[in-house]
Design a protein around this ligand. Sequence first.
Ligand SMILES: [Zn+2]
Length: 596
Amino acid sequence: MTHTATANAQTAAAGTPPAADAIRYTVSFPAPHTHYMEVTASVPTGGRADVELMMAVWTPGSYLVREFERNVENVTAANASGTALRVEKSDKNRWRIASGGAPTISVHYRVYAREMSVRTNWVEASFALINGAPTFLTLADMTSRPHEVILLPAAGWRRSMTGLPALAGGDHRYRAPDFDTLVDSPILLGNPAIYEFTVDGKPHYLVNEGEAGVFDGARAAKDFEAVVRETRRFWGELPYDKYVMLNVISEVGGGLEHKNSAVLMTSRWNTRTRRPYLGWLELASHEFFHAWNVKRLRPVELGPFDYENEVHTRSLWIAEGVTDYYADLIVHRAGLSSREEYLDGLSAKIEEIQTTPGRTVQSAELASYDAWIKYYRPDENSPNVTISYYTKGAVLAFLLDAKIRKATAGAKSLDDVMRAAYARYSGPRGYTPDEFRQVAEQVAGTRLNGFWDAAVQGTAELDYAEALETLGLRFRSTGVPNPTRAWLGATTRNDAGRLVVSQVRRDTPAMAAGLNVDDEILAIGDFRVRADQLATRLEQYKPGDRVPMLVARRDQLLRLDVTFGAEPPRAWRLEVNPAATDAQVTRLGQWLQPKS
Ligand SMILES: [Zn+2]
């Protein structure tokens, strides 16, 4: 998945011998209903007296140490004559094997596979989703070498689908030119519904596991093809030989990008109603856009990967946020969402930023850098002190796009920045934050340090006036949602009928009154309030009313005095300004439908 990997793949394809002997894995599923796979690895040792194997502790695109090795058991090893070799755990994710000079050893282990997510493994009677990082032990010295995979599907499983190139000798045999490509190439086995289409002569597959006669695969494939064509129009070329979109219908959400594939997880019901279906299209569009932005055009830190330690970058707002901006925009440009639907989605992102107190605490660059310890490890205080680099990055992309359109009188846009950055920095090294900014400045023809200081590296309130003026948009005034109803500003949950506080945001009546997360609200104004009664009870009061509230905190009763407020206005819904000038209407069209 790194650029080193691409270079190796191209060299190998050109006929140069690989740098080192291959590791060959045989993966079998003798009892898939127990959620186990069995892996036998034939490992070349170079004649060493002992070798060390390691399992990745994280997987690229998902920035959290997950300790995949916790699902590995029964690691054993033998030489060619079948003599057992001593295996010793040498680190949490490493095994040292006394190979005794044998040129090749056979290593066997089992992997428990029952975590349904885009980055982990799932094995059950009807199918398996295998990711590289949580499955394949490799030589810890990380010498670049091919990694071959021979799958032995369980009885009744007919297909295996993956971005990996095929290995000669039959079905279900694959060959990664290096470990990075193996980690970057999830595999789905079973009997999925497969939809194939061709763009630029290259095959594309939408692979749906679990349609169950509910998920409309044919429609999803047709619309995904439109996304592929629009994204190809954006970048100008397709940078792979084939593309495999693995879509696991599982009632779990999420997506994870790879160089020529991705894994999506989605609800079975998402093709039945409009907004969830748009959500699926935007998810597919997001992961597909990543085939360029982050898998090839990448921050300098994201490759070659250290699979045993965190890798920090300040640029996830570009890798994820800019991708999220274009995910929705490309769905619209492809004719799959209306202008109102597109603006509604962008408005929701703006509203999320503007109503999250953490926007004044954490910058887009620091949100990126601390993804491992903050974004991926949220707690009840997260909204007060963090901001999503996805959401803020998408909003920054919108503001930057408009700024460039204004600076160049509509001649250039963020589209041109992405294409220029791709041309310059999709090679083996990647880009630094300064280099990405410099590309943007060259396209804009002006310095952007003010925007970067305030909006990218700083936590200043974002200024939307310029973008709205440039594109002929305005925020629809929605006023105060409930001007006469009391507002507490705490988030609560129904815990078996108990009304329990789950979040207290800054600058709310709840925080001012000393209400804590996990407090059980028992009564407001001396009257019992149950979990389903909070909203109607608040209607009994006005903003400014001061009322005693009885809560239980660690089983002790406390009386708090709350002064209710009014819910802040939500003034962040974009609409086209009916008084827009011809020039504004032209720029709006160039933004939303650049090809017309
Ligand atoms: Zn992403």
